[in-house]
Design a protein around this ligand. Structure first.
Ligand code: PBG
Length: 332
């Protein structure tokens, strides 16, 4: 649709910007706490709240504290939370067996959140990197990240999370064939209602750096993830991956990182119309916080403006570490 406008002075577009009331009236895009999924980091221990240095304002919480934090966010209007486990170097193994352990820290956190806030939607992350001795999302055999064996492990991981009460599974591994395999296993095991929000268009990005600190993967990671995550130059390929994951049974899709890939968000929404999410990743968060701490930008305003940009680009929601803070501001 082509915008039409009368010639000046019949048209004075500034009339529509003149007062807060008129601006509110004509605003095309709105932001609400219900647009957010809040990613959180959990760890073992008791009463632990440990700052993540490269993500000012973000902490790793022990499982006993996660229910209360989730409840606080839910009461602010944030409908969903996404659980990421921190794993120390010593707890990582080559076989990644902890990934599908019913009692691993992530699965215990799912149950703790469901106990504390039964109505909050709990999302997970599916990938081997928090458990893998070499920090990769898949098994490494002779220096290669192997696909099919990894998918078998991811399916076991998905089932353990579903059994623990997860509402939304988030495969972030970028292996081929994983969505179809997980969907079939969920059907076979009676988890028909469990949703899959596929990290379908996940780029090989340097913006994940602070996250890898947060989950303890930075020290572990050998090499890069370029053989499974999408090359940042490849927008068409990203669209094909979205189509593939939807056709394999994903309910919702994600573009990741967020702001540098808004062009992809817009195309995904326009082309497929599926529930579309973006992940405002750790590096995006860290940049805003670092500049704000230096007094170089107004952190709150940049936060809200960046979140609004996702909505304008067609996203239905955003995974953002800012979720509780942004919700608090939006609630006035
Ligand atoms: C792991 C995973 C990553 C993120 C979410 N899940 C990192 C990676 O792929 O290395 C990144 C999130 C962020 O940077 O905030 N598979």
């Amino acid at each position: 649709m082509r915008p039409t406008i009368a010639p000046f002075p019949s048209a004075r577009p500034r009339r529509a910007r003149a007062t807060p009331a008129i601006r509110a009236l004509v605003r095309e895009t709105t932001l609400a706490p219900s647009d957010f999924i809040w990613p959180v980091f959990v760890r073992d221990g008791d009463g632990v709240e440990e700052p993540v240095p490269s993500m000012p304002g973000v902490v790793r919480r022990s499982v006993d504290l996660i229910g209360a934090a989730a409840k606080e966010a839910y009461d602010l209007g944030v409908p969903a939370i996404c659980v990421f486990p921190y794993t120390s170097m010593e707890a990582r193994t080559e076989d990644c067996a902890m990934a599908w352990d019913r009692d691993n820290v992530a699965n215990r956190a799912i149950r703790a959140i469901k106990d504390a806030v039964p109505d909050m939607a709990v999302m997970t992350d599916i990938a081997l990197d928090p458990y893998n001795i070499n920090g990769h999302d898949g098994f490494v055999v002779d220096g290669e990240i192997v696909n099919d064996r990894t998918v078998e492990a991811l399916v076991k991981m998905a089932l353990a999370q579903a059994e623990s009460g997860a509402d939304i599974l988030g495969p972030s591994d970028m292996m081929d064939g994983r969505i179809g395999a997980m969907r079939a296993a969920l059907e076979a095991e009676g988890h028909q209602k469990v949703m899959i929000l596929s990290y379908a268009a996940k780029f090989a990005s340097a913006f994940y750096g602070p996250f890898r600190d947060a989950v303890g993967a930075s020290a572990a990671l050998t090499g890069d993830k370029n053989t499974y995550q999408i090359d940042p130059g490849n927008g068409r390929e990203a669209l094909r991956m979205i189509e593939r994951d939807l056709s394999e049974g994903a309910d919702m899709v994600m573009v990741k990182p967020g702001l540098p890939y808004l062009d992809i968000c817009r195309q995904v929404k326009d082309m497929f119309g599926a529930p579309t999410f973006a992940y405002q990743v750790s590096g995006e968060y860290a940049m805003v916080q670092a500049a704000a701490q230096n007094g170089w930008i107004d952190g709150q305003k940049v936060m809200l403006e960046s979140l609004m940009a996702f909505k304008r680009a067609g996203c239905d929601g955003v995974l953002t570490y800012f979720a509780p803070e942004a919700a608090r501001i939006l609630n006035g």
